[in-house]
Write a protein that binds this ligand. Structure first.
Ligand SMILES: Nc1ncnc2c1ncn2[C@@H]1O[C@H](COP(=O)(O)OP(=O)(O)OP(=O)(O)O)[C@@H](O)[C@H]1O
Length: 262
């Protein structure tokens, strides 16, 4: 008997057209992410991947559709109820430099979410009684960075180190889901591989679900349980990652695969 894992996020019929556009950036997009699952999204530039990510994070409004998070309405939440739900959804974007305030030390950037909610302490820390420095040190340990970086400024870190800091910050509120929008696209090849490995490790140890968006089909294939293909604001194909080569694919997926295998 196959166990059906609980649904973490369910978006139905999301539709969005930006003000100055005639064609929708998202058109009737429905997506489910289950506990512990990594759903990968691929698609050419402009296919709506980042718009979908921002709508799910509620950084962007949408015209139609609904979002449930942990089987509760999420799209309509307001005030503290929204903030409470939102802290269970982490986000990591393409450019870590833009995500970290250049004027803040690493400890201050890292601790921003927890400083706003002093009662929230991730259960994966080995004690509840640690002070700020000790909590930040443990968060950095989770992403294999030394505590010596806590007093540094972002410009003193490499791109890969900065992205690890944004990942540490994303896990600090103990999310169920992390939306990863091109998390390795700005990194060199070695750092890309190391960050993907770290994300896989954290997914296992913290039982995370991921929405993993990338142009890079190889990275999506490596990370994902299920792959969703977007084109012109719509989902045109979706399948288990291990079915990628085994079944006849939508012609657009086949064309992406041709590029991937070339
Ligand atoms: N803030 C915005 N204002 C107006 N139009 C936007 C905005 N963001 C995206 N768009 C438009 O929405 C469509 C989808 O863009 P989106 O960035 O979601 O695609 P994408 O698949 O993430 O592309 P990329 O891989 O290049 O990041 C495009 O036509 C884009 O020009």
């Amino acid at each position: 008997m196959t166990t059906v894992l609980p649904t973490i996020l369910k978006a139905e019929h999301l539709t969005k057209t930006y003000n100055d556009h005639h064609t929708p950036a998202l058109s009737d997009v429905s997506l489910t992410i289950r506990q512990g699952e990594c759903v990968g999204i691929v698609g050419e530039s402009g296919s709506g991947k980042s718009t979908l990510a921002r709508c799910l994070l509620r950084l962007e409004s949408f015209d139609q559709g609904t979002i449930e998070f942990r089987e509760q309405p999420y799209h309509s939440l307001k005030g503290s109820a929204f903030r409470q739900a939102r802290q269970r959804i982490g986000a990591v974007f393409q450019h870590p430099t833009a995500a970290l305030n250049p004027k803040l030390t690493i400890i201050d950037s890292l601790m921003e979410p927890l400083d706003l909610q002093p009662t929230v302490r991730p259960s994966f820390l080995s004690s509840n009684n640690y002070n700020r420095q000790q909590i930040a040190t443990q968060l950095l340990e989770q992403v294999h960075l030394p505590a010596t970086l806590l007093s540094a400024y972002p410009h003193e870190l490499s791109g890969g180190q900065k992205q690890r800091v944004t990942i540490a910050r994303a896990i600090s509120t103990e999310p169920d889901l992390i939306v990863l929008d091109e998390p390795t696209a700005s990194l060199d090849v070695t750092s890309q591989a190391a960050v993907l490995k770290l994300l896989q490790e954290l997914q296992q140890s913290l039982h995370l679900s991921y929405l993993f968006i990338s142009h890079d089909l190889a990275a999506v294939y490596q990370m994902s349980d299920r792959i969703v293909v977007m084109r012109h604001g719509q989902i045109v194909d979706q399948f288990a990652a291990n079915d990628l080569y085994h079944k006849e694919r939508h012609e657009y997926t086949a064309s992406l695969l041709d590029v991937f295998l070339a």
